[in-house]
Design a protein. Structure first.
Length: 537
């Protein structure tokens, strides 16, 4: 038995030019010419023209049939091949696409298999006729999914998501970001910081086992290898500081050694300093060394204060470091916890090119030193070549601009960037919210297209026009429980489908976290702080 190909390509152009059929039908019906001669003159199949003329005659009135005017216009009828019936009509698919886009922006995107299951549940809730294979597997077919993606290729696509922790998704919200910009505006208005006085400091890791860069390789080979010096690398911490004017302070290296020697950074970038710790990580003592190095290059003092933006790592908030910063005119403002991926300029535009250039230098080192293992003392020399390529004024200024720090722009982030935090947003327990407002907020989570609009559009497309009764309850009168289970059972859908069709949000509500536990465990929750202000200290 022959099966229809999954992607059919037309073999002829028949039915694609309705104006030609209209002129040919006018010659046959008005000018009384032969059907065969007209089809031959217009290069149209005889039976195609015969069927079209039959449709025109059916739609003509008695007066039009008896008219002898040769120039009278004929009624327009559909011609050519009709579009095959879709299981989900266009309005339903648009509602489904809007749901998928919103779920992906909230970092809860659906896999292709989950989309197929949701399509089946949505079709059943709308009382649409579905193929038997859908009912058998309780899921839409692969052919439907490929056609669905092809019809909406400009809106959705199958992507590989980047793993994002729950802490980052929930902490980057409007409350934390607004509090950070409030404190930033307060400091800038108090001390009139210019771009040359706004600094950002952060650490990153450089390892002796690099991620190889792309290479030219033969086509068709499944796997291509590239030499690295070892299986597992040794980490060296690199601490950098940049200002909004685009200048970079020489970096600091922290080696995984018990004792530090000055010769370790001789081959590093000019002016760089170093320290050591058995783990290779930043510590309170080493950060105090970096602050002294920072004061030398930034020329900060009580008369010429500077603003230093940094994260809430425990090595940055020691009493000795904060006191030294206050004595030398350094005002330290910390980012909100787990928000550095959006607010920290170094993370936004500098460290990625730095790692890329460093990996390329490591590849070149492995090629020029075959059979040798890279050591931690080789990292400063490799960083010396990559550091000036990444620490350009264009990259640094772009980091401050996209994070909204300089020029100061607290509205730099769009609503879509705050969508992941909507899942864990909870009302303030100190504010009493009326039931009416709660019902309105719950309905706001529902689909932008109302159920009545979708029902009407579906009925029109399925040639089953139905006007809903105004006396019955509307969908907007029933609030949506946003803390319900991810999907309704089919029995519930079928019970509801008899009255008013559900939206896709009612079939599978977007995720919403439950109430937070009142008791707190572990250390105190972090927040953005002006570390050098007296109350904070």
């Amino acid at each position: 038995m022959l099966q229809m190909p999954r992607t059919y390509k037309r073999k002829t152009s028949r039915g694609t030019t309705p104006d030609v059929l209209e002129r040919a039908a006018a010659d046959v019906l008005r000018k009384q010419q032969s059907l065969r001669s007209v089809a031959l003159a217009y290069s149209i199949d005889k039976m195609t023209l015969h069927r079209y003329c039959k449709k025109v005659k059916t739609s003509m009135t008695d007066a039009e049939r008896n008219s002898t005017a040769t120039t009278a216009t004929l009624p327009k009828v559909a011609s050519g091949y009709s579009k095959p019936r879709q299981v989900l009509p266009d309005p339903v698919e648009r509602d489904l696409v809007a749901y998928l886009v919103e779920a992906a922006k909230m970092f809860f995107g659906l896999s292709p298999k989950e989309v197929r299951k949701l399509a089946y549940q949505y079709a059943v809730s709308l009382s649409l006729s579905v193929p038997d294979s859908w009912s058998k597997h309780s899921s839409a077919g692969e052919d439907w999914f490929s056609g669905f993606m092809r019809r909406h290729r400009s809106e959705v696509s199958v992507r590989t998501p980047e793993a994002t922790s729950l802490s980052r998704a929930s902490s980057f919200n409007r409350v934390n970001v607004s509090l950070f910009f409030d404190k930033l505006e307060s400091l800038c208005s108090r001390y009139n910081f210019g771009p040359q006085s706004i600094y950002n400091v952060d650490e990153t890791g450089l390892t002796t086992v690099q991620n190889p860069c792309k290479v030219v390789a033969p086509k068709g080979v499944k796997q291509i290898g590239s030499i690295t010096s070892a299986e597992r690398g040794t980490l060296v911490t690199l601490c950098c500081a940049v200002n909004a004017l685009g200048h970079a302070i020489p970096p600091m290296f922290i080696f995984p050694r018990v004792r530090y020697h000055e010769r370790m950074v001789d081959s590093g970038p000019s002016g760089s300093v170093g320290a050591s710790h058995k783990s290779g990580w930043m510590t309170q003592e080493n950060f105090l060394i970096f602050l002294k190095h920072f004061v030398v290059h930034s020329k900060s003092s009580i008369m010429q204060p500077v603003l230093l933006l940094l994260d809430n790592h425990e090595s940055h908030v020691s009493i000795d470091c904060i006191q030294y910063a206050k004595d030398n005119g350094i005002h330290m403002l910390s980012f909100p916890p787990h928000c550095s991926h959006k607010l920290q300029p170094l993370d936004r535009s500098v460290y990625f090119p730095l790692k890329r250039f460093f990996n390329c230098q490591c590849d070149a080192w492995c090629s020029s030193h075959p059979g040798r293992t890279m050591q931690v003392l080789d990292i400063p020399s490799l960083c010396a070549s990559a550091f000036p390529l990444a620490m350009t004024p264009v990259n640094i200024q772009a980091g401050f601009r996209v994070s909204g720090i300089y020029p100061l722009n607290r509205n730099v982030f769009t609503d879509d960037e705050f969508l992941p935090s909507v899942v864990t947003d909870r009302p303030d327990p100190s504010v009493i919210v009326s039931p009416t407002i709660q019902s309105t907020e719950a309905r706001a989570v529902d689909s932008p297209c109302s159920s009545t609009d979708i029902a009407t559009a579906v009925a029109i497309q399925m040639h089953e026009i139905h006007v809903p009764s105004t006396s019955g309850p509307s969908c907007s009168d029933s609030p949506v429980d946003i803390t319900c289970t991810p999907s309704l059972s089919l029995s519930q859908n079928q019970q509801t489908a008899g009255s008013t069709p559900l939206s896709v949000h009612s079939v599978r509500p977007l995720p919403k976290a439950g109430p937070r536990l009142t008791e707190t465990r572990g250390r105190k929750r972090g927040r953005t702080r002006i570390l050098t202000d007296t109350p904070e200290k």
